[in-house]
Design a protein around this ligand. Structure first.
Ligand SMILES: Nc1ncnc2c1ncn2[C@@H]1O[C@H](COP(=O)(O)OP(=O)(O)OP(=O)(O)O)[C@@H](O)[C@H]1O
Ligand SMILES: [Mg+2]
Length: 405
């Protein structure tokens, strides 16, 4: 039974096999080794669309429902709620099943092989605050693989998969900071063999950084924190926080659009001291602009990190509406998250009975490991270790390809 290695990520998904003894990430999308973990349910053509095409359909404003970051709902009640998609009532586990089936189909088309089994990555902890939710998340994902037509699936912690694929020898700490989780593996590599010493995980990643940036910079422009008056009397109250929280969370955006809520927001326009804010909010809900905002925040974050100055461009909400985001400001706003990541790295060393000065190398994996605040947090705690960067987006899938053999 041929096994396919699958790195089902919060933001990006990859599939890999061994070719002539070397791991290869399959080109699931033209010219790319990964595809966005995104699904678009197209209401006009009555079909499901995946990856870049899904993101494009959403950006073009086609009629349908866009979902990204669905890995984050595994293990939560949201995963098993039935919702109507086209003419079927379906859970989000079934939607993930369809996405994984698409990965299997594309991989079979590319390789000419048929894959009945999968070896899948999983975060060390889907949920770091609850054992039960963590266990449930794996049950949910296993079910999605079964729905995708895989007769068997094994799981390997993502940083342990990456540890199989990184170059070099010695004692290393793999630090994989992705879209949804931060994962750590302390391991020893000698003569091409990897011995895992300890692993830890934290439910914290790029989508959380996007949420906090959105809540701080964008949501206030839509009425977050603003006062709404009462129909009668002089009392005021703030708009419900949960709405802004959901609108700033990748995995929840698809489910905030609701006719009753929109009516309520239109009432707030009448009662608010600053109606412009709620007028914008109504526009965002009516035109389904939540994901456009999330993409703008993510792009602003990446630009601020990579070139010191970024901006969150919100022209889609209002022409010319832009928010400057400086690199130093980004570092400051994400500093407590970076500190939690650094502390979890130290806890992993402690589990392995290893002092920071006994680590030869810190190896960064995952898109969010490129954040300079994260690098500095690790450098401060392991000043003697060399910092290396693996293939950030493909190290895990390469390791899974080795494991699939
Ligand atoms: N240059 C960059 N600077 C900061 N963040 C970045 C950069 N490039 C990508 N990211 C972030 O990296 C994240 C995606 O990384 P990655 O593809 O490794 O995650 P994933 O594997 O899908 O998620 P997970 O493993 O947590 O399930 C996104 O949140 C994205 O915004
Ligand atoms: Mg990942």
């Amino acid at each position: 039974m041929a096994r396919l290695g699958i790195d089902f990520g919060t933001s990006n998904t990859g599939a890999g096999i061994l070719r002539d003894g070397r791991p290869a990430a399959l080109p699931l999308e033209a010219g790319a080794q990964t595809l966005p973990t995104a699904v678009f349910v197209d209401f006009t053509d009555k079909r499901f669309v995946y990856g870049e095409a899904a993101a494009r359909a959403m950006m073009e404003g086609q009629d349908g429902r866009f979902m990204r970051g669905l890995k984050s709902i595994l293990g939560t009640p949201l995963a098993r709620e039935k919702r109507r998609f086209l003419n079927e009532r379906m859970t989000l586990i079934e939607v993930i099943g369809r996405f994984l089936a698409e990965i299997r189909c594309r991989s079979e088309r590319i390789t000419g092989q048929s894959f009945e089994a999968a070896i899948s990555g999983r975060p060390v902890r889907f949920h770091s605050e609850s054992e039960d939710k963590d266990a449930q998340a794996e049950i949910d994902l296993r079910e999605a693989y079964a729905l995708a037509g895989f007769r068997a699936v094994d799981f390997l912690p993502e940083p342990e998969a990456a540890a199989l694929a990184v170059a070099g020898e010695g004692r290393m700490l793999i630090v994989d900071i992705g879209g949804g989780t931060s994962d750590f593996t302390l391991c020893e590599r000698a003569r091409g063999q990897t011995r895992v010493i300890a692993s830890r995980g934290l439910r914290l990643g790029g989508t959380d950084f996007d949420r906090s940036l959105s809540l701080a910079h964008v949501m206030p422009l839509l009425g977050h924190g603003a006062e709404i008056g009462a129909e009668l009397g002089a009392k005021t109250h703030a708009a419900p926080r949960a709405l802004f929280h959901d609108l700033a969370s990748w995995e929840k955006i698809a489910f905030v659009y609701d006719a009753a809520l929109l009516r309520e927001v239109k009432r707030w326009i009448r009662l608010a001291r600053d109606p412009v804010l709620f007028e914008r909010l109504a526009e965002v809900l009516e035109m389904h602009l939540g994901h456009d905002i999330a993409y703008a925040v993510e792009a602003g974050k990446i630009a601020a990190n990579d070139s010191e100055r970024g901006e969150i461009a919100l022209d889609v909400v209002q022409r010319g509406l832009r928010i400057d985001l400086w690199g130093v400001q980004l570092q400051h706003e994400l500093s407590s998250a970076a500190a939690r990541i650094g502390d979890m790295a130290l806890a992993t060393l402690k589990d392995g009975g290893c002092r920071p000065d006994q680590v030869d190398m810190v190896v960064f994996v995952g898109g969010s490991s490129q954040l300079s605040g994260v690098r500095q947090a690790l450098a401060r705690r392991l000043p003697e270790a060399r910092q290396e960067t693996a293939e950030v987006f493909t190290a895990v899938v390469h390791g899974l390809a080795f494991a699939a053999r």
